[in-house]
Design a protein around this ligand. Structure first.
Ligand SMILES: N[C@@H](CCC(=O)N[C@@H](CS)C(=O)NCC(=O)O)C(=O)O
Length: 214
């Protein structure tokens, strides 16, 4: 089976990179330089008209959307136990990943780039303030979910990789995150895993490669 993951540094594509690594899957990560607009080229748009990463191509079949990609990885490599085996718990895992993708991610994107959602001159601070409020509300919920536990379930699963990305992205902005003790502990715990360490080394190498090509 040929597995290609289209990936860009810093982005949510790091979550499937981590889960594919946890699954011990053989895959090729193809770096996309968003700053250079490589996600807007005709070839990439043919693969993903939504011009986003992550994108998974499995034996020529294309799959977009992080939650679906994570589910595919979990189902394809069941021995890695990346999705809970119990059907109800599996739905809870899908629910968590949908929340990361649609309830948390869009607010990180607003903080990162306010003009993408409001181009009224002078609106940036207001967009960031409102997005931060929602983000912190979500992290409060996650902090409660993670109380007294290392992971969302009784062992590491795909939602842990997905949530790790959201919290990591938040640490790259100036936000009051120290209050989220359980999210912070989760972030540190996932960050120490060999899969996350591999991802971080890969990210660094891609960033260096992009800097050289700039
Ligand atoms: N709903 C998508 C969102 C993916 C997404 O927004 N990816 C960002 C990087 S974190 C991206 O590729 N942005 C480029 C663009 O919007 O043109 C998912 O969960 O996979």
């Amino acid at each position: 089976m040929e597995i290609i993951l289209y990936y860009a540094p810093i982005t949510c594509a790091l979550a499937p990179y981590i889960t594919l690594t946890e699954a011990d899957a053989k895959f090729e990560a193809r770096p996309i330089n968003l700053r250079k607009g490589q996600h807007m080229t005709p070839d990439y748009l043919k693969l993903n008209p939504k011009h986003k990463v992550p994108l998974l191509v499995v034996d020529g079949q294309v799959l977009s959307e992080s939650a679906a990609i994570q589910l595919w990885i979990g189902r394809t490599f069941p021995q890695a136990r990346l999705m809970p085996a119990d059907p109800w718990q599996e739905l809870k895992a899908i629910s968590l990943m949908s929340w990361c993708a649609s309830g948390i991610h869009p607010f990180l994107a607003r903080i990162n780039s306010p003009p993408r959602v409001c181009d009224v001159p002078g609106a940036d601070d207001s967009v960031k303030r409102l997005a931060t409020e929602v983000l912190l509300e979500n992290f409060t919920i996650a902090d409660e979910l993670l109380a007294g536990r290392e992971f969302f379930f009784d062992h590491f699963t795909a939602p842990d990789a997905h949530f790790f990305w959201t919290f990591r992205r938040a640490t790259q902005f100036e936000l009051p995150l120290a209050q989220f003790k359980n999210c912070t502990a989760h972030y540190e715990s996932v960050g120490k895993r060999p899969s996350a360490q591999k991802l971080l080394a890969f990210e660094k190498s891609v960033q260096e490669q992009f800097a050289k090509a700039a």
